[in-house]
Design a protein around this ligand. Structure first.
Ligand code: ZN
Ligand code: ZN
Length: 408
């Protein structure tokens, strides 16, 4: 099956206005009511059997005879960001913005869903289009699973997802193995003994203890992790006390971890807890430290065989120049919880969104970071053409790599 430019190009006539409408009306995680209703309406109009999971989550199932089952996922939520793009279709909701292109993911997946619905003679099997809430808070895929997703839809053989990135528009990046890091946030509370600032001998000073912990934590990556193994440990917040002449009785540290391997992740967490407990003991802390893990994102690691199959299909459609091997990103995603719940392989790829001239000029001048707004920036705005067309085609092409394989 050849998902040609001309086959999907005509879809832009409804896709662009829908994209602009979603962009102007962004909805935060777990509140994607209008977005979810729009997807559900379109899917049922095209003959999908529509089901709801996890509040705003929507799944459309299109059964089309015996054959493989492909699940494709788009996230729907916006961010608490005030838009500064100046686009004619900029956010009309104060303080909320589609700054991560999830609006484009939604419209692209709808484009592929319609294409599959209208070309049922060209494939066999089952296509599952899944629209997930709250990716940005790592809560959405779990909310759908907690609401019975795994038992409530046909079991997929493979899962697909994509993300629009500030790379050259018209290109697609794929990679076997890790593509996005696992992410964990840790809140650590350490206890001291408060005292007057003039009488430190009566205190166990949690400020000095926190400072010592922050420094010692720097050795987790530099001294304990295998050289070359990817690992990030950032202490993003340290808070203790409020005034100059009082030694407080506690301090709080907020850490963020990124890893590409679950073994490395486990070793880092063990090292963090060991160091914090050790420093607390050394300081004479009167109470054990507390560790709270939150905003936890699973590892996203592409199945090599599935990635090779989808990458070959992309290369046939878009040309070898448009498809490249992407380096793993240090960003994180909660998509993989869905395929992991079924124990199935998945492929996650990235789609470029910056006009080629702009992108190449920034690369030539070495000003990529300064000139190209990245995801979550108030100025992040994908070039609608060709990003939307390529993202729509990519979802269709990847699905056909499985569904059209037997029918040719
Ligand atoms: Zn994001
Ligand atoms: Zn995103």
């Amino acid at each position: 099956m050849d998902v040609t430019d001309s086959g999907m190009e005509q879809e832009l006539a409804w896709q662009i206005p829908l994209y602009e409408r979603l962009h102007a009306n962004p909805e935060l995680g777990l509140a994607e009511h209008a977005t979810s209703a729009a997807a559900a309406d379109l899917l049922s109009g095209w003959g999908f059997d529509v089901r709801h999971f996890g509040g705003t989550g929507v799944v459309g199932v299109l059964a089309n005879g015996a054959g493989p089952c492909v699940l494709a996922r788009a996230d729907m939520d916006a961010l608490p960001v005030t838009e500064a793009t100046g686009a004619s279709y900029a956010s009309a909701v104060p303080g909320v913005m589609h700054a991560c292109a999830h609006d484009m993911h939604v419209v692209a997946l709808l484009g592929a869903a319609k294409y599959l619905a209208e070309h049922r003679g060209a494939w066999q099997g089952t296509y599952v289009a899944l629209f997930q809430p709250a990716e940005e808070t790592a809560a959405g895929s779990q909310a759908m699973l907690d609401d019975g997703l795994a038992a409530g839809i046909p079991r997929p053989d493979v899962a697909l997802a994509q993300h629009v990135m500030p790379t050259e528009a018209g290109t697609i990046g794929t990679t076997p193995g890790p593509v996005l890091s696992a992410g964990d946030s840790v809140r650590i509370t350490i206890h001291g003994r408060g005292a007057h600032g003039s009488m430190p001998h009566k205190s166990v000073d949690p400020v000095v203890l926190a400072a010592s912990i922050v420094l010692r934590l720097q050795t987790v990556v530099s001294r304990e992790t295998i050289p070359g193994e990817f690992a990030v440990l950032t202490v993003g917040s340290v808070s203790a006390g409020a005034t100059a002449n009082i030694i407080p009785d506690r301090a709080e540290l907020l850490l963020n971890l990124r890893t590409y391997s679950m073994a490395t992740r486990a070793a880092m967490i063990a090292a963090i807890e060991r160091i914090v407990r050790g420093e607390c003991a050394a300081a004479g802390s009167p109470q054990d430290p507390e560790f709270e893990y939150y905003d936890q994102y699973p590892l996203t690691s592409n199945d090599p065989e599935a990635n090779a199959r989808v990458t070959a299909a992309f290369t046939r459609t878009f040309g070898a120049d448009a498809v490249y091997r992407t380096a793993p990103q240090t960003a994180s995603e909660d998509f993989s919880r869905i395929p992991d719940a079924f124990g199935i392989p998945y492929v996650y790829w990235v789609v470029g969104s910056v006009p080629p001239e702009t992108y190449r000029r920034a690369v030539a001048n070495d000003t990529l970071d300064a000139d190209i707004p990245a995801n979550h920036s108030p100025s992040f705005l994908p070039a609608v053409d060709p990003t939307l067309r390529v993202a729509s085609q990519a979802q269709a092409v990847a699905a056909f790599a499985y569904l059209a394989a037997e029918t040719g």
